[in-house]
Design a protein around this ligand. Structure first.
Ligand SMILES: Cc1cc2nc3c(=O)[nH]c(=O)nc-3n(C[C@H](O)[C@H](O)[C@H](O)COP(=O)(O)O)c2cc1C
Length: 352
């Protein structure tokens, strides 16, 4: 097996999966700016099982994005098995849709999503509590691919005190990330990304990096990445210093409007030109990007998304544009113009 996870220099910096965000254009920009590995948006195994064309479009990629991991979600091991085969075998996928990048470098399983439509459907982090089914799903993926498999989990799910599970079909038995890994570690998956918040913790509040480091200590054969609340290069560097056993970090919202965060983390040079945008404070050590440089990145992002998705791409780029201009002089005026732009030419003129 060509396991890219074992070849990346540590600390590994990953762009974490985000539905509606981590499309091919954004992944390419993040790879260009220091992300060591990038994840797709989550792709439904049932969609791949019944009607694969649209989902194969969602996960297609450019070679420059490698190493690139496709994330799957669902609840049926048979669907996971077939989806894995389709994703891993170009002879199955190619007749269905013209794919630019052939097969990806890895496959990830979503055990972390708390979104109502995923969780309520019995997929995502509700599966952490279903010990037997979780094992069956991981086995179904591992047995049907030569690609390295990874999993994405939360710090835990099912805190009985929170009472949030009463409407789900699952038994209301909580499980911690540590117990989940104890239950599955013998299976041949390579890497784990742990969002250090429980299901009940949602997307804000404290992140438990200690549990992530403890898991690495107990299961040194697995690559372990910590995820959650890492919004600046300075925070990332501090976490890596405080939890030295970690193999790396997964960054999601911290890359919104600053896909170069990975590059900043890799160049914590006190002597680098500090042209800060405020977040980490000027002069705090990590490399910063100035506005002309950011404008170039914005334009490239717009070009790539336009190439990939046409007019729909120009609509989707609007959220990225508003994130990019945060901290710019006259940001609100610039934001207003950019979100109204209807062509690449207009975006270019606004940014010139
Ligand atoms: C808009 C959005 C979409 C997300 N989509 C996914 C997804 O498709 N798969 C997944 O495993 N996690 C998904 N996540 C969770 C992130 O990967 C990450 O675990 C979470 O945002 C915490 O990291 P952060 O604090 O760096 O944002 C999503 C998060 C956001 C904000």
């Amino acid at each position: 097996m060509n396991n890219f996870w074992l070849k990346i220099k540590k600390p590994i910096l990953a762009l974490a999966p985000m539905a509606g965000i981590t499309d091919s254009a954004f992944r390419e920009i993040c790879r260009k700016h220091g992300a060591d590995v990038v994840y797709s948006e989550m792709a439904s195994v049932s969609a791949l099982f019944y009607k694969p064309q649209k989902t194969l479009e969602l996960v297609k990629f450019n070679k420059v994005e490698r190493p690139y991991v496709v994330q799957l979600f669902g609840k049926d091991p048979a669907h996971f098995a077939k989806a894995t085969k389709i994703i891993s075998d170009p002879s199955l996928a190619l007749p269905l849709v013209k794919r630019r990048g052939q097969i990806p470098d890895g496959i990830d399983i979503n055990f972390g999503c708390p979104a109502k439509k995923v969780f309520g459907h019995g997929s995502g982090c509700v599966l952490m509590m279903q010990k037997k089914l979780a094992r069956e799903i991981i086995s179904a993926v591992c047995e049907n691919t030569k690609l390295p498999v990874s999993i994405k989990i939360r710090a835990g799910v099912g805190d009985p005190k929170a009472g949030l599970l009463k409407n789900s079909q699952s038994p209301a038995l909580g499980i911690s990330a540590l117990d989940f890994i104890k239950n599955t570690a013998d299976l041949p998956y390579s890497a784990i990304m742990i969002h250090g918040r429980t299901y009940e913790g949602g997307f804000s509040g404290p992140v438990d990096f200690k549990i992530v480091e403890k898991i690495k200590k107990m299961f040194p054969q697995k690559i372990v990445l910590a995820n959650g609340g890492i919004n600046s290069a300075e925070e990332a560097v501090k976490i890596l210093q405080d939890y030295p056993l970690l193999d790396g970090l997964g960054i999601a919202r911290g890359a919104w409007g600053r896909p170069w965060i990975f590059e900043e983390i890799k160049t914590p040079l006190p002597s680098s030109p500090i042209l800060g945008r405020g977040d980490g404070g000027e002069g705090e050590g990590c490399k910063k990007f100035d506005f002309p440089h950011i404008k170039k990145i914005m334009l490239l992002h717009a070009k790539l998304i336009h190439e990939n998705k046409g007019a729909r791409g120009l609509f989707e780029i609007r959220k990225h544009m508003s994130w990019y201009v945060k901290g710019f002089p006259r940001a609100s005026e610039l934001r207003r113009k950019l979100v109204m732009a209807n062509s690449l030419k207009e975006i270019k003129e606004i940014l010139s």
